[in-house]
Design a protein around this ligand. Structure first.
Ligand code: HEC
Length: 111
């Protein structure tokens, strides 16, 4: 029984490792564009392209997940704390670093 369970875990791990990398453009359009504008050029919320897109990935991840900016200050509502939320396509699972990095990479390319 234990072996069957471990095989199941191994299969799960392999299939997710083989999945294609997250699409930063789609993730951005589905979850961020409504406030941060097309291609992250700004809207009701600040522009991200050419600004937060250039932050260290750890700083960008912290801003997205925990709402703390590059100066260590809390970001005001309505910026979501994504650690307590989920991207539209993720069905309740909180965003992964890979997904956040893919969004930042997409924004970096928009300058
Ligand atoms: C409901 C609107 C809304 C959504 C959706 C939203 N944000 Fe924000 N975001 C904001 C607001 C407003 C601010 C500015 C808060 C402040 O100045 O304190 C902000 C700030 C930020 C900052 C810091 C920018 C800076 O220069 O300080 C980052 C990074 C960020 N958002 C990334 C994202 C990402 C990535 C997504 C999508 C996964 C997203 N946001 C979705 C409203 C939103």
């Amino acid at each position: 029984m234990k072996c069957a369970f471990l095989t199941f875990i191994a299969l799960l791990t392999c299939s997710s490792a083989m999945a294609s990398p997250p699409d930063g453009e789609t993730l951005f359009q589905d979850n961020c564009m409504v406030c941060h504008g097309p291609r992250g050029t700004g809207g009701s919320a600040p522009k991200l392209a050419g600004d937060a897109s250039e932050w260290k990935s750890k700083v960008f991840e912290r801003a997205v997940l925990s709402g703390i900016d590059d100066h260590g200050k809390p970001l005001k509502a309505p910026m979501p704390h994504w650690a307590n939320a989920s991207f539209k396509s993720d069905n309740g699972v909180k965003p992964s670093k890979l997904e956040i990095d893919a969004i930042q990479k997409y924004l970096h390319q928009q300058k």
